[in-house]
Ligand binder design. Structure first.
Ligand code: GUN
Length: 283
């Protein structure tokens, strides 16, 4: 049997349509959600991500601005700008595009953002609230993964979810969100000894390794929901996931493609967080 391919683009489109309606209603009440993105340096991937964020905002009626700095900006200058944005009542979401130049400490920047405006969901206060189950701004990629799984009609509660990867951006938070949804969660990483034995037990397998084509059909139980978070550019220039799509497709129940799976969901959840932050700050 062949897996159902999860269409992240279509799911993202549906959520963006729902958000556009909500934004129109907020605008009628005099509230226009506003996202400020800070982009430092000239990394092409960062520029491309930020363009996607601007385009997505525009599509659903959120106002957005991008503040650009050369990579010579000092940490103090950047922190001063964040402090100013924190105080600005017309700014509801602040996002500093990562990675940062080496002379700027990422944690200091993340921690400088008002948690109420932290639409990335990276601030330790928001991470803490997520872990204890409070309503908060959730990190976008993990939040998008949960939405994708739910919208397949899969019940997460009681399932065995296996996450490969323990990064602060994906592995740890997605594990926490799956636990919040009452899954039994196993986290695997580079030191895990019996990877295949564990992944074969997964009803839901989330792969966030960051290496091309490392997970094959021998890692997957028949009928499992497989979410591939990897985005790897291979020599030919093609983008591929961490999962061997063609062979896992033959055994999984559901599978996300790369591109067009998790990717489109990340910006969508950022837009959702911006709308949520605006509503909370206005109340
Ligand atoms: N760089 C790559 N992905 C992200 C993201 O989700 N948020 C931020 N701030 N920077 C990124």
């Amino acid at each position: 049997m062949s897996a159902i391919v999860i269409d992240g683009k279509e799911t993202a489109k549906q959520i963006r349509e729902e958000l556009a309606k909500e934004v129109a209603e907020l605008k009628n009440k005099g509230l226009t959600p506003h996202l400020t993105v800070i982009l430092i340096g000239d990394d092409p991937a960062s520029h491309s991500y930020v363009k996607g964020k601007e385009k997505g905002s525009q599509e659903i009626g959120i106002s957005s601005e991008v503040i650009r700095y050369p990579d010579t900006i000092s940490q103090d200058e950047l922190l001063a700008k964040i402090a100013e944005l924190n105080e600005n009542p017309n700014v509801h979401g602040i996002l500093v595009q990562l990675p940062l130049p080496p002379h700027i400490a990422e944690e200091a920047v993340i921690e400088a953002i008002d948690p109420a405006k932290d639409v990335d969901g990276f601030h330790p206060v928001n991470i803490g609230n997520m872990v204890i189950g409070n309503d908060t701004l959730l990190p976008c990629t993990p939040y998008g993964i949960i939405e994708l799984i739910k919208r397949t009609g899969t019940e997460i509660s009681g399932k065995h979810a296996v996450v490969i990867g323990r990064s602060n951006i994906v592995g740890k938070p997605v594990s926490s969100l799956l636990l919040r949804e009452n899954a039994t969660v196993t986290i695997c990483h580079s030191r895990t000894r019996n990877l295949q034995e564990l992944t074969r037990q997964a009803d839901i397998l989330v792969v966030a390794i960051g290496k091309p084509h490392v997970i094959g059909k021998e890692h997957v139980a028949p009928g499992a929901v497989v979410i591939d978070v990897g985005v790897n550019r291979i020599e030919s220039g093609k983008l591929v996931g961490d999962v061997k799509f063609d062979e896992v497709k033959e055994i999984a129940g559901y599978l996300t493609p790369v591109p067009g799976g998790v990717g489109p969901m990340t910006i969508t959840m950022l837009l959702q967080n911006t709308v949520k932050a605006a509503k909370r700050l206005a109340n």
